[in-house]
Design a protein around this ligand. Structure first.
Ligand SMILES: Nc1ncnc2c1ncn2[C@@H]1O[C@H](COP(=O)(O)OP(=O)(O)OP(=O)(O)O)[C@@H](O)[C@H]1O
Length: 488
């Protein structure tokens, strides 16, 4: 018989006077479990007891590996104690020794007392609710502020040649059943492309299901995608997965390179067979879907790193579309800025006319790690605080953007595209400190380049911006080996 109580256990771990804070956890919404340095459970709250369906009295002062059907390798608590490092947001699928299965997210932290490891504290969030609903799909971004059905290729802004190629490829692929893989950094518009493909496809009246593979715990993903069958595991119910439920529509597997490789092989098999089998079921069910997937890392790098199966890449990347990052299509900046000002004018009932030159200059010089999404947020943020003014000015930019911009410049990336261009054209951009003429030329070339970039090679508008005649601008372009086509 277990003769220990909570109070004994607290004393066991921390000593009498230091354990009063533990009462905070008694009613805490998530499970909380504390062990000593040997993995002996010394605290176990009510939420934990509900998740495991075990009584604290049966658990406290037992070894973790005796309570759960886990060993030193598979128990996150034991791993935390062995490595002495925290384990953050790790999904877990475990079984208690009494046979209860649980789907959880674990956060486990080692506890040190004067540099001595004395135990660990484990916070456990129950994901049972998710398995019940099986509807963990990512909702389309609210920022679209456009009904998803309204997203067409016309709502995707960009004239850059590589970007237009991507749009054309997507437009053509919308009419075929072949899978499409979108590759682009965060915020480049992958979801927008996926939605436009669906809306242009013959399947547009059927369902469109976006699934954020990175956001769903590994152990739930299989059931969510393929469905579950009663008896597959304790508590499992008959439920169709998203492949089945999207019948004849389009499924968008976002960030497929974050999906566990084991599950990637299953996806490959079912895509090849055109049939899906619910977890724990014998019967296979046919499906007919357009599959769009996305990767946010160069697939060849992901394959080399082992996070993407090459066979899946070749299967799903039949049509492979690269969406270029914003920093590589800066000629689209004016268009995008106008588009977002217009969009937020409508949303906020404003009449903002544009951004002042200094803002555009700043935008050109920035590297936009968050791509178009970041640009939109910067504009929206400014429009929220500019009062009745009708131009976006530097003072309205959010401090974090100004900070990010300044960090980027201080890190030596100033006008990186400019520098890249200078070195490409054989001009290193380096000037001796006393070489005034060279410095002047360098500065002039930079201004010409920026104006042409801003107006996408339009000489009349660029000359006007620079305050010089068109003839003089042509002369300067010749002098600096710049052609209009470079900026279109
Ligand atoms: N070319 C574009 N034209 C208009 N809006 C765009 C464009 N590209 C992106 N956006 C806007 O930027 C935001 C982010 O786009 P989206 O969610 O499609 O990016 P993503 O590549 O899927 O990002 P993540 O990988 O982080 O999910 C959305 O609000 C979208 O409307």
């Amino acid at each position: 018989m277990n003769r220990f109580t909570h109070q004994n256990a607290r004393q066991f771990l921390f000593g009498l006077d230091n354990a009063n804070f533990l009462s905070v956890f008694d009613e805490y919404c998530d499970g909380v479990l504390i062990t000593n340095a040997d993995g002996i459970i010394v605290y176990y709250n009510k939420a934990m007891s509900r998740i495991d369906e075990l009584e604290p009295e049966d658990v406290i002062l037992n070894q973790v590996t005796d309570v759960y059907d886990l060993d030193d390798e598979t128990s996150l608590i034991m791993q935390c104690l062995i490595t002495r490092r925290p384990i953050i947001d790790k999904s877990n699928y475990y079984r208690t020794r009494m046979g209860k299965f649980a789907n959880t997210i674990h956060n486990v932290h080692p506890i040190f007392n004067q540099n001595q490891l004395v135990g660990c504290i484990c916070f456990v969030r129950d994901f049972h609710v998710l398995t019940e609903t099986l509807s963990i799909m990512r909702l389309p971004e609210t920022q679209h502020r456009m009904h998803p059905y309204e997203i067409t290729f016309d709502s995707i802004i960009g004239q850059d040649p590589a970007f237009k190629d991507a749009l054309n490829a997507a437009r053509m692929a919308a009419n075929t059943p072949s899978p499409v893989m979108l590759y682009g950094e965060t915020g480049t518009g992958k979801e927008l492309f996926a939605r436009a493909i669906h809306n242009h496809s013959p399947r547009h009246e059927k369902k469109y299901t976006p699934v954020n593979c990175a956001a769903i715990p590994e152990n739930l993903l299989e059931g969510i995608l393929f469905g579950t069958s009663k008896g597959a595991f304790t508590g499992a119910i008959n439920k169709a997965g998203l492949f089945e439920r999207t019948s004849q529509g389009t499924i968008f597997l976002d960030e497929i390179n974050s999906m566990p490789v084991g599950l990637q092989s299953k996806i490959l098999r079912i895509v090849q067979d055109g049939k899906v089998r619910r977890v724990g079921a014998l019967k296979e069910i046919k499906f007919d879907l357009k599959i769009i997937s996305s990767v946010n890392q160069d697939p060849h790098t992901s394959i080399a790193a082992g996070s993407l199966r090459s066979d899946l890449f070749y299967r799903l990347g039949v049509v492979f579309i690269h969406i270029v990052p914003l920093r590589d299509r800066m000629s689209d900046l004016p268009l995008l800025v106008d588009h977002f000002i217009d969009k937020h004018n409508k949303a906020l009932g404003r009449q903002v006319r544009g951004a002042e030159d200094a803002v555009m200059e700043m935008f050109y010089q920035y590297h936009w790690p968050g791509n178009v999404r970041e640009l939109e947020h910067v504009i929206e943020g400014a429009m929220n605080i500019m009062g009745p003014d009708n131009r976006i000015r530097i003072k309205y930019l959010q401090p974090h953007f100004a900070q990010g911009h300044s960090n980027y410049r201080t890190a030596g990336h100033r006008a990186s595209r400019w520098m890249a261009h200078s070195s490409k054209s054989g001009d290193t951009g380096e000037t001796g400190p006393s070489d005034l003429l060279l410095n002047k030329n360098e500065h002039e070339k930079k201004l010409v380049w920026q104006a042409l970039m801003q107006f996408r090679g339009n000489v009349t508008r660029s000359a006007k911006k620079l305050g010089i005649s068109r003839q003089l601008l042509y002369y300067k372009m010749k002098k600096y080996h710049l052609s209009r086509d470079q900026f279109r």
